[in-house]
Ligand binder design. Structure first.
Ligand SMILES: Nc1ncnc2c1ncn2[C@@H]1O[C@H](COP(=O)(O)OP(=O)(O)OP(=O)(O)O)[C@@H](O)[C@H]1O
Ligand SMILES: N[C@@H](CCO)C(=O)O
Length: 339
C-alpha cells in the first residue's frame, strides 16, 4: 500500500464542508450487528499491467466484525503477520472500516474484530488491499440501508485508500480485473479467465513493502518502453482470457520489474531462470513473490520442479513456499449474521 500517483476519492461526506458535526456527534451505526467478510488474495501487474491488471487467487483472509457499546475498537488477529499488527483502531482493517463510516457521516459506538490472516504480508499477494476491502465492505454492511456505498463508490474509495486500483478491483470482483483512472475516478472491468490458466506462486520468507518497491521506480520512462508495455498488456488480456499459449510473450514487462530487481535479487534471479526455461513468470505485485502462469496442471508440475531446481542451484539461504492456486472467480463475500 503506497502512493505513486494517488487519486482523491470521488465522493465526500458533508464533514468536509464547514459547520458539519465533529466525529463524536455523528450518528452511530446500530450496536449488536455482526458481519463476516472473506476476501481473496490478488496478484497485481502480471508483468506489463503495472497499476492496471490484477488477478484474484484462491487464498482468503476472513474478518468477523461485531458492533458493541464499549466505545473502543479491539482486534484479535491470528495467522499471517498477526504478531506484528496493532490490536486497536490503527489496525488496517479497523482503520478502513472506521474511515469508511466517517466518510459517509457515521461513527461506530464500539467494534470487536476477529481476523484470520492467510495471505502473507508484504509478499506481493495483495494483503493490504484485502485488509482495506474487508474494512470498507464491513462498514458498508453495518451502515443503515439508504446510506450504503454502491459498487462503483466501494471501488473508488477502496482504491483511493490503497493508492492504486489493481489489487482492490479483483479482490472485489474476482477473476481478472482491468482498471483505469479517468480524472479523479477509478474504474474497473472484470474479464473471465481461461480455465487452463494455473497460477503457481513462489513466496520467499522475506517481505518487501510496496512503498519501498515503488520508491525505486523512475518518474518517467521512454516512449519505446511505454509502447512495448502497451502491446504486451493488450496481448496479456487476450492470452489470459482466450489464448493462454501466448502467455509467455504477453508477460514481458518494460516498466517496473528491472528497476525493482535490486531490492529482491533472489526473486529476480528465480524469475529470469524460469523465463529462460520458457515459463510465463512475473514479479507478483510489488514483489518479492514470483508468479508463474502455467497452462494446464502438467505445465504447473513442470513449473514447480523448475522452481525447486533453480532454488537449489541458487546461493540464497531463504526458505520459499510454493503454492499452486486456482484463479478465484468470485470476489469478496459479505455475510450478515444475527448479533
Ligand atoms: N490482514 C491485515 N491486517 C492488518 N494489516 C495488514 C493486513 N494485511 C496487510 N496489512 C498491512 O499491510 C502491509 C503490507 O502491505 P504492502 O502493500 O506493503 O504489501 P502487500 O499488500 O502484501 O503486497 P502487494 O501490494 O505488492 O500485493 C503489512 O505490513 C501490514 O501493515
Ligand atoms: N501496482 C502495484 C501493486 C502492488 O501493490 C505496484 O507494483 O506497486
Amino acid at each position: 500500500m503506497a502512493d505513486l500517483h494517488p487519486a482523491p476519492p470521488a465522493f465526500r461526506r458533508s464533514a468536509d464542508t464547514a459547520g458539519t458535526p465533529e466525529p463524536a456527534e455523528l450518528p452511530g451505526v446500530d450496536t449488536g450487528q455482526a458481519v463476516e467478510i472473506r476476501v481473496p488474495a490478488t496478484s497485481a501487474n502480471l508483468g506489463p499491467g503495472f497499476d492496471t491488471l490484477g488477478l484474484a487467487l484462491a487464498l482468503h483472509d476472513t474478518v468477523r466484525v461485531r458492533t458493541t457499546t464499549a466505545g473502543t475498537t479491539t482486534v484479535r488477529a491470528s495467522g499471517e503477520g498477526a504478531a506484528d499488527l496493532p490490536n486497536d483502531a490503527t489496525h488496517l482493517v479497523a482503520r478502513s472500516l472506521l474511515g469508511t463510516l466517517d466518510r459517509v457521516g457515521f461513527r461506530s459506538p464500539g467494534l470487536e474484530l476477529d481476523t484470520t490472516n492467510v495471505i502473507p504480508h508484504g509478499r506481493g499477494l495483495g494483503s493490504s488491499a484485502a485488509a482495506i476491502v474487508a474494512g470498507v465492505l464491513a462498514a458498508n454492511a453495518l451502515l443503515p440501508a439508504g446510506h450504503r456505498l454502491d459498487e462503483a463508490q466501494v471501488l473508488q474509495w477502496a482504491a483511493s485508500l490503497e493508492g492504486h486500483p489493481d489489487n482492490v478491483a479483483p479482490a472485489l470482483m474476482g477473476s481478472l480485473a482491468i482498471s483505469w483512472e479517468s480524472g479523479h475516478a477509478y474504474h474497473s472491468s472484470r474479464v473471465e479467465v481461461h480455465p487452463d490458466v494455473v497460477p503457481v506462486l513462489a513466496v520467499p520468507d522475506a517481505a518487501l513493502s510496496t512503498e519501498s518497491a515503488r520508491a525505486l521506480l523512475p518518474p518517467s520512462v521512454s516512449h519505446h518502453s511505454a509502447a512495448a508495455n502497451a502491446g504486451r498488456a493488450a496481448l496479456l488480456v487476450h492470452a489470459l482470457s482466450a489464448d493462454p499459449s501466448l502467455l509467455f510473450p504477453a508477460t514481458q514487462d518494460s516498466l517496473h520489474q528491472d528497476y525493482r530487481a535490486q531490492a529482491m535479487l533472489p526473486s529476480a534471479t528465480l524469475m529470469r531462470g524460469l523465463r529462460s526455461a520458457g515459463f510465463a513468470s512475473t514479479i507478483s505485485g510489488a514483489g518479492p513473490s514470483i508468479m508463474t502462469l502455467a497452462v494446464g496442471q502438467e505445465q504447473a508440475d513442470a513449473a514447480e520442479s523448475a522452481i525447486a531446481r533453480l532454488l537449489d542451484q541458487g546461493d540464497t539461504p531463504r526458505a520459499w513456499r510454493v503454492l499452486r492456486l486456482a484463479v478465484e472467480r468470485v470476489g469478496a463475500k459479505v455475510e450478515v449474521h444475527q448479533g
